[in-house]
Write a protein that binds this ligand. Structure first.
Ligand SMILES: Nc1nc2c(ncn2[C@@H]2O[C@H](COP(=O)(O)OP(=O)(O)O)[C@@H](O)[C@H]2O)c(=O)[nH]1
Ligand SMILES: [Mg+2]
Length: 494
């Protein structure tokens, strides 16, 4: 299983190496995932209001008091809890500066965030399968600025994009999605609802059916406002059995079953990892394509306008000069020269910068023009527009800061390669992954029946965290065969 997953990881890495990373650099798109991120372990992110029971749930899962729990919002850290043979704690700076760990990208959120990162190694069995990430409780009062000193929704988005499951906890006291929760739903979790598990926790606090109905109803009502879907996602109503808590009159079996279902979902996180990484690459590639195509078209318009303006000057002034010479008006020549210099200066300092601004202001229109056909299909149009909303600010910033003239024209081959990657290779990769996962489960079934000699290698020694996160495996060439025969082949010159 590990080896097959490594092969898929290699294919994904190859696609980032060519064409995604070079194009992202050329057009100053965002950074692709680092090697550490691509080889990350399966991860589960825990989100929720403070004291909704995230840390208690983690301790329950691991069977150890790894995280402090309590009613006061004391823990304002993002704590990454992963497998290690000995209990160890590391602080933010050492975590984000370790290239073997998949958390280097967090450095961009600044020192304030880094000082709120912790890594805990624990010898708990479950952590061999998944890494758990506990988060600071969300503050439910609506506040203009979060006062945390870092971009909280941005950081949540960062973790959520790299998680295979995101559990979001609510409790009967605060089933509302206001304030920071609302902001997180809107800014951090849009587009990743397929990974979201919604947990209404602390069900043992509901004394009777009325309490339960109120909490459940309030949560549904509030979720309806932030999840733009007709059907509500499944809500896991559950609790963690704790000593000394008053007993509820409600039958607890269903709540206990929901806890079991949650734990099962958690155990399935590893099989979701590669699927999520393909989705992440697809999302990166589709956004990159929008960014690149719009900037490329805008740069083309700018180039044409610039060439046109210079061509008119080049035609105009020599003609005037020739006229002056023919008519004997030699005194006009120096004047013409001065006017030409002034015209070029005006062109560079006034006309072209204005043109650039006007073209950048037309980005929406360029986007609509490039995708006019796709925008006619309703579902596709919604997706595309949402993606464009996400990409537009960066494209605009890049064009304003760098200037449109600095973008070399995108080659036809690059365009074909990017299109083929998104339209052919990624869907193929995904179906290959499903086949591989199916074969693995069939193999596993047969193996357990026939006691085949192809035994799984047992872990002999307990590896260090770095070894778990970056296990070196023999790598076969597993590039999809089509790759060489598609547009990639045209760019291999040697
Ligand atoms: N009754 C009950 N109390 C809980 C449950 N889960 C957590 N708690 C209590 O709620 C408080 C906050 O829990 P904690 O795990 O620290 O919440 P966090 O802020 O989300 O990490 C603690 O006092 C826990 O004992 C639960 O399922 N039922
Ligand atoms: Mg906590």
């Amino acid at each position: 299983m590990q080896q097959v997953m490594e092969q898929f990881a290699d294919m994904i890495r190859e696609f980032y190496n060519d064409p995604l990373d070079p194009l992202a650099k050329q057009f100053m798109f965002r950074r692709p995932p680092t090697v550490g991120e691509l080889r990350r372990p399966p991860q589960v992110l825990m989100l929720g209001n403070h004291s909704s029971g995230k840390s208690t749930f983690i301790n329950h899962l691991l069977g150890v008091e790894v995280q402090k729990t309590g009613v006061a919002p004391t823990d304002d850290n993002f704590t990454i809890i992963t497998y290690g043979p000995h209990e160890t704690d590391r602080d933010g700076p050492s975590v984000v500066s370790n290239p073997d760990l998949p958390y280097e990208g967090l450095r961009h959120f600044g020192d304030q965030l880094v000082s709120h990162i912790r890594l805990k190694l624990q010898p708990a069995e479950l952590l061999r399968t998944v890494t758990l990430i506990d988060s600071p409780g969300m503050i439910d009062e609506a506040k203009e600025e979060n006062g945390r000193g870092f971009d909280f929704p941005g950081v949540v988005r960062w973790f959520a994009e790299r998680a295979d499951l995101v559990m979001i906890f609510f409790d009967p006291d605060k089933p509302g999605t206001t304030g920071e929760t609302l902001q997180v739903f809107k800014e951090s979790l849009n587009g990743i609802d397929h990974k979201l598990l919604i947990v209404l926790n602390k069900m043992d606090q509901c004394q009777n059916l009325h309490d339960f109905a109120r909490a459940y109803g309030a949560l549904c009502w509030n979720l309806g406002k932030v999840i733009p879907r007709k059907d509500l996602p499944m809500i896991y109503n559950t609790f963690v059995p704790l000593e000394g808590k008053p007993k509820s009159d409600l039958p607890m079996e269903d709540f206990e079953k929901a806890r079991g279902d949650l734990i099962d979902a958690l155990h399935r996180a590893p099989t979701r990892r590669m699927d999520n990484q393909i989705t992440q690459m697809q999302s990166f590639a589709e956004r990159l394509r929008l960014h690149v195509f719009v900037i490329n078209e805008a740069a083309g318009r700018y180039r044409r306008s610039r060439v046109g303006s210079y061509a008119s000057l080049v035609l105009l002034f020599p003609t005037l000069a020739a006229g002056a010479i023919v008519t004997g008006l030699f005194v006009a020549l120096p004047v013409l020269a001065v006017i030409a210099i002034v015209a070029v200066t005006l062109l560079e300092l006034v006309f072209l910068p204005r043109k650039k601004k006007r073209i950048i202001a037309q980005f929406d229109e360029i986007f609509e023009g490039l995708h006019d056909r796709e925008l006619l299909v309703r579902d596709r149009a919604e997706d595309l527009r949402a993606m464009w909303e996400d990409v537009h600010p960066r494209a605009r910033e890049v064009a304003e800061k760098r200037g449109l003239q600095s973008f070399a024209k995108m080659s036809r081959v690059d365009r074909d390669v990017l299109n083929e990657l998104i339209d052919d290779c990624i869907p193929k990769l995904r179906s290959q992954l499903y086949d591989a996962l199916r074969n693995i489960s069939i193999d596993a079934g047969q193996r357990s029946e026939e006691q085949s000699d192809v035994a799984e290698e047992p872990t002999v020694e307990e590896p260090k965290v770095e070894e778990i996160l970056v296990e070196e495996q023999p790598v076969e060439d597993v590039a999809p065969p089509s790759r060489r025969f598609m547009s990639w082949g045209k760019r291999d010159t040697g």
